[in-house]
Write a protein that binds this ligand. Structure first.
Ligand code: SF4
Length: 216
């Protein structure tokens, strides 16, 4: 008998020793923070899934909601509102009452990694949860991968070889998911670094969401 992997790992998931140690270190330093595997956020009937890399230490790792409380979230949540995927006002706090409609946000790696850099074994350990997350969305049609690592992990979670799908900002890839055909759209990650350096501008990010809207 094989045990089914849940779409959401337990907050105290033990699978990655380095990330468990980092969670424990963060919990010692900041006992009021969440410091666990951050659950996905959004609509269980979403047609759009946004896949990020991993929780930021002072963002989602602190607040327990993806992209909440750090720079990347400001742009992501503003964009979700602009394209009608949210209701309420984002205030960088899970208690802000914001809800997502037709969209969900998850991360390829659910625990905050040191320096925002998960290692290969951690991505592999967390991939079954990503695969289960994707499979648990019955109406899913479009995925947006934020950054190359999210792109590669999403493809691997679908059992596909990343080498066959070249990452490029705003590129669209037709893939087969458990629900049927899916469109995977790539974006540069909406990180502070990428927006400060101009690698990702607001119009570039909007372009990705325009494409996603058109495919829904
Ligand atoms: S990164 Fe994923 S697999 Fe690793 S400990 Fe966290 S939840 Fe578990």
């Amino acid at each position: 008998m094989t045990l089914e992997v849940p779409a959401e790992p337990r907050p105290d998931c033990p699978l990655c020793p380095r990330l468990v140690a980092y969670r424990e270190e963060n919990a010692r330093q900041e006992p009021g923070w969440f410091n666990g595997a951050v659950p996905s956020f959004g609509d269980d009937n979403a047609r759009l899934l946004i896949v990020g890399l991993a929780p930021g230490r002072t963002g989602a790792n602190r607040t327990a909601r993806p992209f909440t409380g750090d720079w990347a979230g400001d742009l992501l949540y503003a964009t979700l509102e602009r394209y009608g995927f949210s209701e309420g006002t984002y205030r960088a706090d899970p208690g802000d009452g914001l809800t997502l409609h037709d969209a969900m946000i998850t991360n390829a790696v659910r625990c905050a990694p040191p320096q925002n850099k998960p290692i290969g074994a951690e991505m592999a350990n967390c991939r079954p949860f990503l695969a289960a997350r994707i499979a648990a969305l019955p109406k899913l049609k479009v995925m947006i991968a934020l950054g190359r690592i999210a792109h590669e992990n999403t493809l691997r979670a679908l059992g596909l070889r990343p080498a066959a799908f070249k990452f490029a900002h705003s590129a669209e890839h037709l893939v087969e998911g458990p629900q049927g055909p899916l469109t995977l759209i790539d974006s540069y990650h909406c990180s502070r670094y990428n927006t400060n350096t101009g690698r990702l501008t607001e119009p570039m990010f909007h372009d990705v969401f325009e494409k996603a809207k058109a495919r829904l």
